[in-house]
Design a protein around this ligand. Structure first.
Ligand SMILES: Cc1cc2nc3c(=O)[nH]c(=O)nc-3n(C[C@H](O)[C@H](O)[C@H](O)COP(=O)(O)OP(=O)(O)OC[C@H]3O[C@@H](n4cnc5c(N)ncnc54)[C@H](O)[C@@H]3O)c2cc1C
Ligand code: FES
Length: 270
């Protein structure tokens, strides 16, 4: 019988350093393009952690990892050519079928932008993926915390050729870097999104308080509850619905999520 916990040895192809604590790892692991799903990443003697897929590329998948503790600090010691262990992908994905020909707004706080990056890339790069309009609101603590600078610039350039794409980057405060863009919590910019209303489809991803405040603002802008999707992060062990670590009420974030519509999610928010 197959062991569902058995990871596969995978080669690190490339490491992309964004900030001192947030790096992307391109891995020689090919999976179907389903934005929103996660893999379980492990290293011997370090442990295992769930990580969202931040890019589906021809050479493999990209994972964008924040160095916060035991497992992630070991991953940050790897070099291209080294081996890492993966199982998955697991969980559900963002419901792209529900966004077809609609106005989609993506609100991302901090490093959570990694998990929705493949959704943005799907609409910006794929010829046959249609939206009426795409707005991205990406908020960071300060200019030095901005992730995917190069990608954000590229996405902004898409706006030049397609006026139905708008990318807004905001920072909570300037700190020591000069910043000519918007300043303030991302939630304050929601009401300025062109055409926002009951039919706008929205993805919200980020720290719990940011998601809660964003939903409150979206509802004030008359966005329908069933048109809002949230992606949850919970402590996980098995990733496959066996251990109960990620359970909230009757839902398992690893198999029923991590993506939930707000109609479901509002019952789960603490
Ligand atoms: C579905 C899902 C997708 C994720 N995607 C990403 C991703 O794309 N990139 C990324 O860097 N991280 C992601 N995470 C979070 C990542 O799994 C944790 O940061 C990781 O488990 C930390 O492992 P560690 O051993 O390095 O840290 P630990 O030594 O276990 O912990 C360090 C600190 O991080 C906190 N922490 C640990 N796990 C979580 C968690 N799940 N949520 C919030 N705080 C936590 C601990 O409480 C502690 O304070 C995701 C988590 C989930 C559930
Ligand atoms: S992580 Fe084990 S049930 Fe979800």
């Amino acid at each position: 019988m197959d062991n569902i916990y058995l990871p596969q040895a995978v080669k690190v192809l490339e490491i992309r350093k964004h900030t001192p604590v947030e790096w992307s790892f391109l891995l020689d692991y090919k999976v179907k393009e389903e934005p929103g799903r996660f893999v379980m990443v492990s290293l011997a003697f370090a442990g295992e952690a769930p990580v969202s897929i931040s890019g589906f590329e021809s050479r493999g998948i990209e994972l964008t990892i924040r160095n916060v503790g035991q497992v992630t600090s070991h991953i940050f010691k790897l070099n291209p050519g080294d081996i890492i262990y993966l199982r998955g992908p697991y969980g559900n994905s963002f419901p792209l079928d529900k966004f077809k020909d609609e106005h989609l707004l993506i609100i991302a706080g901090g490093s959570a932008l990694a998990a929705v990056k493949p959704v943005i890339e799907h609409y910006i790069h794929k010829q046959n993926s249609t939206l009426r309009r795409l707005d991205v609101l990406a908020g960071f603590k300060s200019p030095r915390h901005i992730l995917f600078r190069q990608e954000l610039e590229g996405w902004k350039k898409s706006h030049m050729s397609n006026k139905c794409i708008d990318i807004e980057i905001t920072v909570d405060g300037e700190e020591d870097y000069a910043w000519l863009g918007s300043i303030g919590f991302v939630v304050n910019f929601i009401k300025n999104v062109k055409g926002i209303g009951k039919d706008t489809r929205v993805i919200v991803i980020g720290p719990p308080l940011m998601m809660k405040n964003s939903v409150r603002e979206l509802l004030a802008c008359e966005v329908k509850e069933e048109n809002i999707w949230l992606s949850f992060e919970r402590h996980m062990k098995c990733g496959v619905g066996k251990c109960g670590h990620c359970r909230i009420r009757d839902k398992y974030v690893c198999i029923d999520g991590p993506v939930f519509s707000y109609t479901e999610a509002k019952e789960l928010i603490d």
